[in-house]
Design a protein. Sequence first.
Length: 480
Amino acid sequence: MLKSHLLQDFTQLPADFYRHQLPEPQPHAQLIIQNNQLLSQLNCTLNATELLDLTAGTLQQVDCQPLAQKYVGHQFGYYNPDLGDGRGLLLGQWHDKNDQAWDFHLKGAGRTPYSRQGDGRAVLRSCIREFLASEALYGLGIPTTRALTIATSSEKVKREMLEPRASLIRVTPSHIRFGHFQWAANQGEKHFKALVAFVIQKHFPQWQIHPFQHQAWLIFDQACQNTAKLLAQWKSFGFNHGVMNTDNMSILGETFDFGPYAFLDDYQADFICNHSDYEGRYGYNQQANIGLWNCKILAGSFADWVDNGLLEQSLQAFVDNYYQHYRQQMLHRLGLDTTQSTDMTLIIELLERLNRYAIDYSLFFRRLALWQTESEFSFFHLLPEPEAFSDWLNSLEKRIQQEQITDSVWLQRIQQRNPSVILRNYIAQDIIIAAEHGNTEPLHHWLKALQSPFKAHRALSKYQQPPLAHQKGFQLSCSS
């Protein structure tokens, strides 16, 4: 019987872009969850035994050529030349029925040539957090890598305490990071041209007709556009990534590498989810600035091959692109499909009130559907001082009238565009604790809910209330 296999296209690049490396298998591992929605979307025919074989790193059932990628990056603003896949391995690509290639990447694979002082392992806590976050963002329509499976075993890993070892398969069309281009540029023209050709062939074949310099600029310009749009989507749904180093930035503009992330509870413009981020560099309200900073760093890697005027043109467009997408996203959440000159004023005045009175960000939008209905007390119950919102609500009412739609149409828009469930950190922690004690039912239940967050989910009604004071504002570390 023929084994299933994954192709490996990363070896098209020069050999020093990577190092072949076998994973350090998990002993007696078990698969605790698989993403059936994603398996279906990928037309993936791997069975549970084969998925466990890949996720546990045993590689007895599936043929592949795992490798660790080399890249560099700026971490908290400082250049680090010693980066690479320190605990992950690119297993290869699965091709769907349309021949779209999807990278399968094993996180928690064990030591690699780029592990430095790390053990290369991951723990159950961090794998569950990545699994849930990637699927939560996907459910909200935000570009992100996906999570396919988690495997765990009785092996313990030392972090702040002993924790169960686990591993996860991440799925995305590309694992090319800003840091790959930084490294290739440092190596010289041969490597940079090879990386440009690889990215063009794999992701933008329509640009192969252009000369090399123009291809390179198109990659950079697209990365800037995609990043600006992504950060606007993060902000509109209250998502704080926490570690926006350049090695965590996807060239395709996907949310990449989940560490101490958070979705806002109360709206706090200056919220910082990473308790190691003492200066607030990666705080919620700084993400657009950092995204632009990262794109400027990326521009430096293209500068020897692309006209500076073109690079500057892309960078100057970043801010306009960001605000255009952010305005559009916020209007969408407010049930508005047209644009008016006063829209940013409406948005800014709302955010000022949410911030001043510490209103639950997600619930405000969801319960806005109850305003001017028989259940409007549930909306006003969120507001400590409802009268402070009266002028803003009057402005919103006038703005809705400009849409020339019925109340029922507006109500339907609000319900379809604002999630009833959001992945709050205290919920993720409850799911993790249950799984660590052998109960994965909450994990499976929440996966289904987060993949369809705009449905009512009445079985989760207790999570559709404002969290208690001790459940709010979790800050987390980069430990994984």
